[in-house]
Design a protein around this ligand. Sequence first.
Ligand SMILES: [Zn+2]
Length: 238
Amino acid sequence: MKPIAVTIRFHEELNDFLPRHEPGQAIAVTWHGRRTVKDLIESLGVPHVEIDIIQIHGTTVGLDYLVRDQDDIDVHPGFHITRPPRFVIDDNVAKLVPLLRMLGFDTLYAQGATDSWIATISKQEGRTIVSRDKGLLKRKEVHSGLYVRSTRPPEQLREVVERLQLREFCQPFTRCLSCNGILLSLDADEAAVNPQIPPGVRTWTNEFFQCNGCHKVFWKGSHHQSMERLVHQILRHP
Ligand SMILES: [Zn+2]
């Protein structure tokens, strides 16, 4: 049986997945047998969730395209996420959970969950998986996903916001960092009798919020200022 030989080029940040290749440089690949372009791309280390357009000799094809001998393939980066975005966060980037909620995003934490469960919830609820596990992001049933390059949480947050172009969707301090519920203003009458608010706090603020999920009450304490600084840094245009 004649082998299939193709050339393939990955564009822009997709080259982060390829060691020893310059961006846009053609890679020659040869094999025997039928193979989809998704399988070929992922065998080179690039998860399909970061791909926008695949072109063969300039014609756009889908992930299930069966590759033919002498195909010349260009792969361009991009994301197909739900707007407004919804997330499911893998254990390996768990510190992103409160940070994304801080920006107001519907963020599910897949604590201790299997890859299969995460992929399924991604599909069922249109959630974008954020992970540092390429194997998880290669699963066919995944709705959308992002492989985070950075290992530092504030930098990871900046990366998610910039790469998925989330600035216009941010609604800082509208969501509970603990449970993903929505924060609602607590009116003065309710605040006056709420046992969660220490009397000392009432002397310097009358602005309180209550989570509609866990019913915890929040106010803008000293911790809030450092979060505001971080939000300002993230949302500031580079
Ligand atoms: Zn809550």
